[in-house]
Ligand binder design. Structure first.
Ligand code: TYD
Ligand code: MG
Length: 459
């Protein structure tokens, strides 16, 4: 008989521990470990091989890896191109996708639109709403212009009844909005706890794999930690996408952080409007402020960031202000605080800029996140420009990684980044030294630099 072993699961990072501790040793969160009873097979019972057990008899045959064709993976395109892009070309039947994000950011809106787009074909789509009543979902649907006889709504929180309905309807895609409200009555744990979340998710994923129905889970990321977070089910599902940023900007950046069927870091861009989320297919200068002629303030520098396979032009903004002696603040948004700390140190040491007595603020306009070192040069120039109160000439792009010695290093996909900036009419770029491989870029003038000090001469 199956035995239950008690373990402790962190409701923040999902790591498993044999005993309870006040602080999770993996992620450092306090009071995050919760009891979890994982059913285990009895280790003393020998495994039947070649016997009549259903599982072994129906086991898949091993095949040569060379015989597996990538085109064998069928994908269902949703018709919402930006969503397909994040998933790597569409939904793979039998796969499980997790869509996470803060409450109110637009998860339900996006998935209702996706479900509607999918229901335009002859397949049945099931939308399980565990937070709202069917009426509320219907109201939202009519606001979004969603209407289809193939889109079925089920207001249910009991996972067994949901599985039952899936068995009856046999939909091609099931949306579970949200997984944190689903519970299994046979488990002693409370809804929203790690045990419930994991078990319900696993039950649905097993059904997905066995029946070929794709499951899309919605998971809330809560700062208060009252619900177990979606991190716990990240490793159970095939694809994980998160809404980035906050709901105060009208643009929504949806990023793929894990994908067993495609590349990660692919980004989808949407705009929240009165009629739901609208795709932004060509971001162009979306994230750039349009300053009047000669009105670009000091401390703003444009850079070209890779977001998955797409180039996005973003504006790095910096501000320096005199601080209380000995208590200088460094506050960042959209970039890594450690990276900015390093860039400030390089500016101090290699460009003789005194910033120790200044508060430094760095922000990426529009709520986008830029994690790559290719933005280093733009951040350094933005801080220097703010500090010296000298703006760059308008329409100047800066790309390059900054080394600790003050050298400017090359970055991946430089040519693609420059081509996009040139297409959008930027006239001037400060770039790492490229040697003879300079691309032809129409009207764009390139200023190649080897050191930070050379780049700063543009200010
Ligand atoms: P919602 O999808 O409910 O967020 P989540 O499921 O992630 O909690 O959307 C939340 C916000 O979106 C809500 O505050 C209202 C806004 N919204 C629009 O601006 N336009 C729309 O057409 C819809 C449906 C929602
Ligand atoms: Mg919702």
């Amino acid at each position: 008989m199956a035995k239950t072993r008690v373990q402790f699961l962190c409701n923040h990072c999902g790591s498993v521990h044999p005993k309870w501790m006040g602080k999770c040793p993996d992620c450092g969160t306090w009071d995050a470990l919760e009891e979890y009873k994982a059913p285990t097979v009895d280790a003393r019972k020998p495994l039947k091989v070649g016997g009549s057990t259903g599982d072994v008899a129906q086991a898949a045959e091993a095949v040569a890896i060379a015989d597996i064709d990538e085109s064998d993976i069928p994908r269902t395109e949703t018709g919402i191109t930006e969503f397909d892009r994040i998933l790597g070309g569409g939904i793979v039947p039998g796969s499980a996708v997790l869509v996470g994000g803060e409450p109110g950011i637009g998860k339900s809106t996006l998935l209702l639109q996706v479900a509607n787009a999918l229901a335009q074909s002859d397949d049945k789509i099931l939308y399980v709403t565990s937070e709202e009543s069917a009426k509320q979902t219907g109201l939202r649907a009519s606001r979004l212009g969603v209407k289809s006889n193939n889109l079925l709504v089920l207001a249910e929180t009991n996972v067994e009844r949901i599985l039952n309905q899936i068995g009856k309807i046999a939909p091609s895609v099931v949306v579970v909005d949200s997984i944190q409200m689903i519970y299994k009555p046979t488990l002693p744990a409370a809804p929203g706890s790690v045990t419930q979340l994991r078990d319900c998710c696993m039950d649905l994923v097993y059904l997905a794999k066995a029946s070929g129905t794709a499951v899309i889970f919605v998971g809330h990321v809560t700062k208060a930690g009252t619900l177990a977070g979606p991190k716990i089910i990240e490793h159970i599902v095939d694809t994980v996408v998160y809404f980035e940023g906050d709901r105060f900007h009208s643009h929504r950046v949806v990023r793929c952080v894990k994908n067993r069927f495609g590349s990660t870091h692919e980004v989808g861009l949407f705009e929240m409007t009165g009629e739901g989320l609208i795709e932004v297919k060509d971001p162009g200068k979306l994230f750039l402020e349009q300053y009047g002629p000669g009105a670009q303030p000091s401390g703003t520098v444009i850079t070209a960031a890779m977001q998955g396979s797409r180039v996005l032009l973003v504006e790095v903004q910096a501000l320096t202000a005199s601080s209380v002696i000995g208590a200088a603040k460094r506050k960042v948004s959209g970039v890594s605080a450690d990276r900015v700390g390093m860039i400030i140190a390089v500016l101090e040491k290699r460009a003789e800029m005194r910033l120790a007595a200044d508060d430094v603020f760095v922000n990426i306009a529009g709520g986008v996140k830029v994690a790559e070192p290719a933005a280093d040069l733009a951040i350094a120039l933005a801080i220097a420009s703010a500090h010296m109160n000298r703006p760059l000439s308008p329409g100047t792009l800066a790309i390059g990684e900054l080394g600790l010695g003050g050298e400017i290093r090359s970055v991946p996909q430089l040519e693609n980044r420059l081509k996009e900036a040139s297409r959008l009419g930027l006239g001037h770029a400060i770039v790492p030294h490229m040697g003879p491989s300079i691309p032809k870029l129409g009207g764009m003038a390139l200023h190649e630099v080897r050191r930070l000090s050379q780049a700063m001469s543009s200010l």
